[in-house]
Design a protein around this ligand. Structure first.
Ligand code: ZN
Length: 257
């Protein structure tokens, strides 16, 4: 099996798990996944295909450069976006990537990021479509949430899907990295969904599934008088603790720090 086929298989397996109807993360054409092939190329789910039943012909090999260039342009038109989505395909007869390929190209350009997952989970969107989205993003309610989802999540205010959303995601994520000198693990999109990313498909799943669990607990606790948030000291201690680093590495298949 070639390296491309191996990566494709990893992408299909991840997509099937994220699109499993029992998980309630995405239906119909919702959500997408991508995997880095090299500094210049990545593989992404094609527009309109379904995560749960994704086949190899529903994946598109893309060049990162035309998409990253667009992410830095303030004056791009809808025509420019359409052109870049057509032009970025390595095989011109392949299906088209969705416009969300723009943020996939951005995340895959960050150090150590090889895999990206994006879904619209009911449990998370119940909060992201409410007035309590910021409270959920900024706080942590149990230790494993800190381990798998990081000390806080990035929250992107509602933005029209497309290039503007891609640029808003980049701006908020860059600001988080600047402030924390570390990558986030979870990016929440108001009234839309969630993005997780990491070095392996396991890291994407760990952050995604734990964020969904945290959302369910947050909503349950909100019904019982309101969630009790962990203190900043507790969050700092757990996110900095060596045995937690070990657990993080074990959960995400990453080499130990
Ligand atoms: Zn989406």
């Amino acid at each position: 099996m070639s390296e491309l086929e191996q990566k494709q298989l990893q992408l299909l397996r991840l997509s099937h798990e994220l699109g499993d109807p029992a998980r309630d993360l995405a239906i119909l054409g919702e959500g997408n996944t991508s995997i880095r092939l090299s500094a210049e190329r990545f593989l992404v789910k094609a527009s309109g295909s379904s995560l749960g039943t994704l086949r190899s012909e529903d994946t598109v090999e893309c060049l990162s450069e035309p998409l990253l260039e667009l992410m830095n342009r303030a004056d791009a038109t809808d025509g420019d976006v359409d052109e870049a989505l057509v032009k970025c395909r390595v095989n011109p007869s392949a299906k088209r990537p969705s416009v969300e390929a723009l943020f996939h190209a951005y995340f895959l350009s960050l150090p150590g990021v090889h895999v990206v997952g994006h879904t619209h989970p009911v449990a998370i969107n119940s909060i992201l479509c409410s007035h309590r989205a910021a409270e959920f993003a900024e706080n942590r309610i149990f230790p494993d949430e800190i381990v798998c989802c990081g000390p806080a999540s990035v929250l992107v205010p509602y933005t029209d899907p497309g290039l503007w959303l891609g640029q808003a995601i980049k701006k908020k994520t860059d600001a988080y990295i600047q402030e924390n000198q570390a990558l986030p693990k979870v990016v929440l999109l108001e009234s839309h969904g969630v993005i997780t990313f990491g070095g392996t498909p396991e890291a994407v799943k760990a952050a995604m599934f734990m964020a969904v669990k945290a959302a369910r607990i947050f909503t349950g606790a909100a019904a019982l008088g309101g969630p009790v948030f962990l203190s900043k000291n507790t969050i700092d201690r757990i996110s900095g603790r060596r045995d937690e680093h070990y657990r993080q590495a074990a959960l995400t298949n990453a080499p130990h720090a």
